[in-house]
Design a protein around this ligand. Structure first.
Ligand code: CA
Length: 221
């Protein structure tokens, strides 16, 4: 029976959430506020956040990177999983969305762990590399504009150390990557990105069917 992943009905999903908790009070409040926004679908799911927090704990991560903050849920869950001296360098260009994020990080008492860089992420990543921060990050989460995924990935792969992990969101792209009739630029970019990682000998790879598809790439050496 279990030769492939279960398709989640609403009923199974509700059950999964009910036994996956608990969600922190700060996480619940941020989800509630974001749910009222028109593009709330950009927020990762509760179960994906919980999975990422567990990965961060397994890695014993202290220094992490986030590319694409939105209203700050993924950085909140990662920050709560980091030790007290842990740090996230968080990249985004939206003052509007990240002001919501900042408020919730403050309320949750994790704002001191998050260094928000309001600039195009490629500029921030190139600056980190120029400062000599290659091979120093434990974990990176990429969830931003899809056309730049490959550029973010290449820089993140330099910034994490061997054994470090990159998690990349939306790689199943609502199934559009599997449908050859869909040929818009974002879908083509995601398809090319997935194909590249499939052959990338620098990493250990797993494409996890959680949320909209979460690719895990662990740097080999
Ligand atoms: Ca996403």
């Amino acid at each position: 029976m279990a030769t492939r992943t279960l398709s989640l009905t609403d009923q199974i999903h509700a059950y999964l959430v009910s036994v996956s908790g608990p969600q922190s009070e700060a996480q619940r409040r941020l989800r509630e506020e974001t749910a009222k926004m028109p593009n709330s679908g950009m927020q990762i799911s509760f179960e994906q956040g919980q999975f990422m927090a567990l990965l961060v704990r397994l890695l014993k991560a202290r220094k992490t990177l986030e590319i694409g903050v939105f209203t700050g849920y993924s950085s909140l869950v990662v920050a709560q999983a980091l030790p007290e001296d842990g740090r996230i360098i968080a990249c985004d260009v939206s003052e509007e969305y990240t002001s919501i994020a900042r408020r919730h990080w403050e309320e949750a008492g994790v704002a001191h762990k998050i260094d928000l860089r309001l600039a195009p992420a490629l500029e921030t990543l190139d600056a980190l590399l120029a400062e000599g921060q290659a091979d120093t990050f434990d974990f990176a989460f990429i969830d931003a504009d899809k056309s730049n995924y490959d550029a973010y990935y290449e820089r993140a792969l330099k910034l994490i150390h061997a054994g470090g992990l990159i998690a990349i969101d939306n790689t199943l792209w609502a199934g559009r990557v599997a449908d050859t009739n869909v040929q818009d630029p974002d879908t083509q970019a995601m398809r090319a990105f997935n194909a590249k990682l499939h052959h990338d000998t620098r990493i250990h790879l797993s494409v996890v069917p959680i949320g909209d598809g979460l690719t895990l790439a662990m740097r080999r050496s």
